[in-house]
Write a protein of this length. Structure first.
Lengths: 234, 160
């Protein structure tokens, strides 16, 4: 069963690579370095998120280190995202905004790809729905929202849009990062009520993401801020 | 040294977070069950039922145990049965003491591990069967289950 999870991860990684190939040249850090940073941050985020999920479930990572590998057992969204962001900030600290803005569209695309990976995991369906495109799982008469497909389409569309508008945002370092964070959190927040869940889900973390993204955009685009010099003209 | 101290502090914190709330000696022995007896329980049930197959030596079972405990706490209209397989009573009681001390889960004992195969599964653990009221098998999930899948299948068996 873990092979389906691996397939979903690969479906998530592919858009990151493609978007970096498409858009990464704008960043002075270079596509290969951005790719390394993205993968390293993803692994660090996954590791920290898994540790946090284990600790919150009362399982000691020291007593049961092999459990860390059972990713399907749960990854805490908030700690994972925070750790991945912290890793990017640390690895890209020499040219922070350039690295963050360079990775932003790829990160949104990767998140979209991860949601599309539900097709490999067989986990696309959400709450019941009568909409014409609602889908029933095998043997069931109950049609449901293909909620992960909604999220995937919205995020991929956002990533493409972000790539297309990036030239206009280059003079405002941090704006692409803020928009990416805002969009990713809004999409998760908007689709969360359509996901079957045992509790309320990490809605609080998504709300923090919305606020942080919006704050970053407002800060980056504030009227009094001096735009960054055009790298092409110096 | 300055780098080691925070790492050591985090590891200590993680170790401290390990919980063994209940003494395994306080957990009664699990009642042994046969395939026929379990099938009778399922067909007599007026509630949707989740049967989770687990073993104390199974690492993935440890990962999904907190999720099942949460499900049993929140889906009070669903009956949860834990089927301990290929295990011994001491191991099973230790596992219950750590992960399910107060959970509304009826644990049964199948040391030979034949029942899941008879119900249509395999000898692998973990495995989760979802039954509609009356004992109709709705879904069988092999391997570690995640929250979305568990919640979706619970929703399915509630709706049948």
């Amino acid at each position: 069963m873990e092979f389906t999870l691996l397939a979903a991860v690969l479906i998530g990684v592919l858009p990151v690579y493609l978007v970096l190939r498409w858009d990464g040249h704008r960043c002075g850090t270079g596509v290969r370095d951005l790719w390394d940073i993205a993968l390293s941050a993803a692994v660090i985020g996954l590791f920290v998120g898994r540790l946090a999920a284990m600790i919150s479930a009362g399982v000691s990572p020291i007593a049961h280190p092999a459990d860390i590998l059972i990713v399907r057992g749960g990854v805490a969204t908030g700690p994972a995202t925070t750790a991945a962001l912290a890793a990017v900030v640390w690895m890209g600290r020499r040219d922070l905004w350039s690295v963050l803005d360079g990775l932003a569209p790829a990160a949104v695309a990767g998140l979209g790809g991860w949601h599309a990976g539900c097709l490999a995991r067989g986990a696309c369906l959400g709450t019941p729905s009568d909409l014409p495109w609602a889908v029933a799982q095998g043997g069931s008469a109950i049609t449901r929202h293909p909620v992960e497909i909604y999220a995937a389409l919205a995020l991929i569309a956002a990533a493409v849009t972000l790539v297309l508008v990036r030239p206009r945002l280059e003079a405002r370092p941090g704006s692409a990062t803020g928009i990416a964070l805002f969009v990713a959190a809004v999409v998760r927040l908007a689709t969360e009520p359509m996901r079957p869940a045992l509790g309320s889900g990490p809605v609080g973390w998504y709300s923090v993401g919305v606020l942080a993204g919006a704050s970053l955009v407002l800060w980056a685009l504030r009227p009094g801020r001096k735009p960054a010099p055009d790298p092409d003209t110096g | 040294m300055r780098r080691i101290i925070p790492i050591a502090a985090v590891m200590l914190l993680a170790a401290a977070c390990s919980s063994q709330h209940t003494d395994p000696a306080d957990i009664p022995d699990l009642p042994a069950v046969t395939t026929e007896e379990l099938q009778q329980v399922l067909s007599d049930s007026t509630q949707p039922t989740v049967v989770n197959v687990w073993a104390s030596w199974c690492i993935p079972c440890r990962s999904e145990a907190p999720l099942l405990e949460q499900a049993a706490r929140t889906a009070t209209d669903v009956r949860f049965i834990g089927l301990n397989v290929q295990d011994d009573q001491d191991g099973a009681r230790g596992f219950i003491a750590q992960f399910f001390p107060d959970a509304a889960i009826d644990h049964l004992f199948d040391p030979a591990g034949e029942i899941p195969v008879s119900l249509g599964g395999t000898r692998g653990v973990p495995m989760t069967f979802f039954y509609a009221p009356g004992g109709q098998l709705v879904d069988l999930h092999a391997g570690v289950i995640d929250e979305r899948t568990l919640a979706l299948q619970i929703d399915e068996i509630r709706s049948r």
